[in-house]
Design a binder for this molecule. Structure first.
Ligand code: KIV
Ligand code: ZN
Length: 522
C-alpha cells in the first residue's frame, strides 16, 4: 500500500518553527522544551523543533528537544546548503527518530527573484541537498517552497528527482496562501498521478492562511492523497499564520463519516494546549476562533440557549469536553484552600511544580480577596501569568503605587528587587498612570526599548472582573557581524487592578528581553 492509501494522517506540528516566526512570538529554549513535552503528550507525530542554523538558541532548542522527546520524530529545518544540513544533523544527533527538512523554491518568482538562478540549477541544488542529508539521517523531507504558485510540470520533475535521491516525505507548501481548495486539491491529485515514484514517499501539505483558506486547502490536500498535515496550535505563523492543528484534527474527527481518516491526537488536550501556546507566545486567541476561541461554545441568543438546554446537539457539533474545554461553572473562593485549588488545577490539566503552585496560590488568594469567587477563566489567567516565567526573573516587582485623577499629575512609585537581591525604589510621572509606571520601571531597569502594543481585555464579566493586559516591546539585539536586529518581546498579566497588571506585563517582557540576551551571550 502506498502512503497515500492509508487512513492515518500524520500530524506534523510546526508551532515551534513556523509558528514561532509570528511577529513577537519569540520563545526561549526552556519555553520551547516545555511546549515540546506538551505536544508529545497530545500525540503529535512529527515535531518541527526549529531551524538549527538560524541562531544558537534555536540550535540548543532542537538539541534539547532531541534529547528529551522520545515519542515523536524530531525535525530540523534547513535551506538547501551543506552548512545548514550539517548543523541540523548535529542538533538532531540524539533524537530517537531524527528528520532533516530541507528544500528550495519551485515557483518562477522564487527561482528568479529570491534564488536568482534557473530551474535546472535549483533542481540540481535540491538533489544535492537531499543526498547530503540522506548521508546523515535516514528520514529526509523535501519542501518545494511556493508550490501553490509553481508550474505543475516543473513541480513533478522536482519531486521525482528528490524522491529518487532519497526523500521519504515531500512537502507541497502553499507558502503564500494563494490557492483555493479546488486548485490545491487538484495540485495534489496531479502529484499523485504524474510523479512516477510518488508511492515511495509520503505527501505532506503545508498551507498558509493569507486568504483564510489554510484549513480548507489542507483538507482538500488530504482528500486527494496527502497523508501528512503541517499545522500549528492556534494557527499561529508567518503573516496570517499556518493551518491550525485543532481545526484539521477536529474536522477529521467530526466528519469521519465523510473523510474516513484519523489522527493520533488526544483531542482532550487541545484546549489546554491552545492556552499554553497563547500564554507563552503572548498571542491571544481571537474569541470567535474555531474550536479554541472563548466563544466557540458560548450560546448567546435565547433561541440557541433554549435549544442547547433541551438537547446539546441542536447547536453544538462538538462536545466541548472532547476538546478539553473546562466546565466554567465551578468556582473557588479563598476558603477553598490549597487542596481545593490543587484539585481544580489538576482537573483543568495543569501540572505545576511546587514553586509554581505556591506562586499561583499566592495570586489566587489576592484575587479571591478582591473578587470573593474565582472562576475557571480567572484561574486560567492567573496560571497563565505564572507559566510565562520559564526563565529566571532577573527583576521582581515587589510594589507599585499610583496616584492619578483629573486634577493631578499621574505619578507612580515602584519597588523592584534586582538580580543581586538589592531593592530599588524609584518614581516618575507620565501622561497617564500606565505611562508613569513604565517610566518608573525604566528608571530602575534602564533597558532601552519601545512599547509597540498595549491591550486590555476583561477575562470575566462584571465590575470586579480580572483584566488581562498584553504588551509587546521592541528592542535592538546585536547579531553576528556587527549587525543589529529589532526583536519583539511580549508580556502578559492579569489582575483586578489594570495598572498593576500593566506593570507586571511590562516586567515580564523586560525580564524576557534580559533572559534572551543572557541566553545569546552564553
Ligand atoms: O511556507 C513554507 O513554504 C515553509 C517552508 C520552509 C516549508 O514554511
Ligand atoms: Zn510556512
Amino acid at each position: 500500500m502506498s502512503p497515500s492509501q492509508t487512513d492515518r494522517v500524520i500530524v506534523f506540528d510546526t508551532t515551534l518553527r513556523d509558528g514561532e516566526q509570528s511577529p513577537g512570538a519569540a520563545l526561549n529554549v526552556n519555553e520551547k522544551v516545555e511546549l515540546a513535552h506538551a505536544l508529545e503528550e497530545m500525540g503529535v507525530d512529527v515535531l518541527e523543533a526549529g531551524f538549527p542554523i538560524s541562531s544558537p538558541g534555536d540550535f540548543r532548542a532542537v538539541q534539547r528537544i532531541s534529547r528529551e522527546i522520545r515519542d515523536c520524530t524530531i525535525c530540523g529545518l534547513t535551506r538547501a546548503n551543506p552548512k545548514d544540513i550539517d548543523s541540523a544533523a548535529e542538533a538532531l544527533q540524539d533524537a530517537a527518530r531524527p528528520r532533516i527538512h530541507t528544500g528550495l523554491g519551485v515557483s518562477d518568482v522564487h527561482i528568479r527573484y529570491k534564488l536568482r538562478t534557473s530551474r535546472e540549477e535549483a533542481l540540481e541544488r535540491g538533489i544535492a541537498a537531499v543526498k547530503r542529508a540522506k548521508n546523515l539521517v535516514e528520514d529526509v523531507q523535501y519542501f518545494t517552497e511556493d508550490a501553490g504558485r509553481a508550474e505543475p510540470e516543473y513541480l513533478y520533475r522536482v519531486l521525482e528527482a528528490v524522491i529518487a535521491a532519497g526523500a521519504t516525505v515531500v512537502n507541497i507548501p502553499d507558502t503564500t496562501g494563494y490557492a483555493t481548495p479546488d486548485e490545491f486539491g487538484a495540485l495534489i491529485r496531479g502529484v499523485v498521478e504524474n510523479v512516477p515514484n510518488i508511492h515511495r514517499a509520503t505527501i505532506s501539505v503545508h498551507c498558509h492562511n493569507d486568504l483564510g483558506m489554510a484549513t480548507a486547502n489542507t483538507l482538500a490536500g488530504i482528500r486527494n492523497g496527502a497523508r501528512q498535515v503541517e499545522v500549528t496550535v492556534n494557527g499561529i505563523g508567518e503573516r496570517a499564520g499556518n493551518c491550525s492543528l485543532e481545526e484539521v484534527v477536529m474536522a477529521l474527527r467530526t466528519r469521519r463519516d465523510l473523510l474516513k481518516l484519523e489522527t493520533g491526537i488526544d483531542s482532550r488536550r487541545i484546549y489546554p494546549m491552545s492556552r499554553l501556546v497563547s500564554q507563552l507566545t503572548g498571542i491571544p486567541v481571537q474569541p470567535n476562533k474555531a474550536i479554541v476561541g472563548s466563544n466557540a461554545f458560548a450560546h448567546s441568543s435565547g433561541i440557541h440557549q433554549d435549544g442547547v438546554l433541551k438537547e446539546r446537539t441542536t447547536y453544538e457539533i462538538i462536545n466541548p469536553r472532547d476538546v478539553g474545554v473546562p466546565d466554567s461553572e465551578i468556582v473557588l473562593s479563598a476558603r477553598s484552600g490549597r487542596a481545593g485549588l490543587r484539585y481544580r488545577l489538576v482537573d483543568l490539566g495543569y501540572t505545576l511544580d511546587e514553586k509554581q503552585f505556591d506562586k499561583v496560590y499566592h495570586r489566587f488568594l489576592e484575587v479571591a480577596d478582591k473578587k470573593k469567587t474565582v472562576d475557571t477563566r480567572d484561574l486560567e489567567a492567573i496560571v497563565g501569568d505564572e507559566v510565562q516565567t520559564f526563565f529566571t526573573e532577573s527583576y521582581q516587582l515587589e510594589q507599585v503605587q499610583i496616584t492619578c485623577g483629573d486634577h493631578s499629575i499621574p505619578t507612580a512609585t515602584v519597588r523592584i528587587r534586582g538580580p543581586d537581591g538589592e531593592v530599588h525604589c524609584d518614581a516618575d510621572h507620565g501622561t497617564g498612570p500606565v505611562d508613569a509606571v513604565y517610566r518608573a520601571i525604566n528608571r530602575v531597569i534602564g533597558e532601552p526599548n519601545e512599547l509597540i502594543e498595549f491591550s486590555i481585555q476583561a477575562v470575566t464579566e462584571g465590575i470586579n472582573a480580572v483584566g488581562r493586559v498584553t504588551i509587546r516591546i521592541q528592542a535592538e539585539d546585536p547579531v553576528e557581524e556587527n549587525g543589529v536586529e529589532r526583536r519583539v518581546f511580549s508580556g502578559r498579566s492579569s489582575d483586578t487592578d489594570i495598572v498593576v497588571a500593566s506593570a507586571r506585563a511590562y516586567m515580564f517582557a523586560l525580564n524576557r528581553l534580559i533572559a534572551t540576551r543572557r541566553e545569546a551571550g552564553e
